[in-house]
Unconditional design. Structure first.
Length: 182
């Protein structure tokens, strides 16, 4: 019997009441699938199946955080140690755990420009909004303009930065390409 499904940003952990084996289809990540009723939410692709005792870990691609998904369990291939087949249920709900983008690096280029590098591509229209960047420290800085360098790198045109002054950049209201918010 399936006791629980725990979702993480990179995997699902299925906990059963007995030690399980995954053979045949159940050992093939492409035999596992998920659906969602949320429009435009990305569906995960399962990349590996790892069985350890009574737990099956399904590693997967990123999904939309807080979206409700339905996991489809293969109809054959899950067995207990006595080779008794798993009899279901063959679906289980889980709530997606997204992996939000984050700032990898923010650094001054010169007295009027700073570069921001995100962990993954972000929605360009949101990343180009100066109000989505707040720079504090010293007297603070104003961000006048943002330009895109590549899908993950953006250049900020700021008010005059003081030499030797440390600043802190806070970024908000920017999503990754899957809809996860920074």
């Amino acid at each position: 019997m399936l006791l629980s499904v725990n979702a993480f940003a990179d995997r699902l952990e299925l906990n059963f009441n007995v030690t399980v084996l995954a053979v045949g289809l159940a050992a093939d990540p492409s035999a596992w699938s998920a659906t969602t009723a949320v429009p435009s939410a990305p569906l995960p692709t399962f990349t590996s199946v790892v069985v350890s005792g009574s737990q099956v870990k399904l590693y997967m691609t990123e999904v939309l955080g807080s979206a409700l998904y339905v996991l489809n369990i293969p109809l054959v291939g899950l067995k207990d140690l006595s080779s008794n087949p798993y009899l279901g249920p063959f679906t289980a709900n889980f709530v997606g755990v997204g992996s939000p983008p984050y700032v990898v690096l923010a650094a001054a280029e010169d007295s009027y420009h700073a570069q921001v590098i995100f962990s993954e591509p972000v929605v360009v229209a949101e990343a180009l909004v100066p109000a989505n960047y707040v720079i504090t420290g010293g007297g603070g800085l104003t961000v006048y303009e943002v330009t895109q360098v590549d899908p993950k790198i953006f250049k900020l045109r700021t008010s005059l930065q003081d030499v030797g002054q440390s600043y802190t950049l806070t970024v908000s209201n920017i999503h990754d390409m899957l809809g996860n918010l920074i």
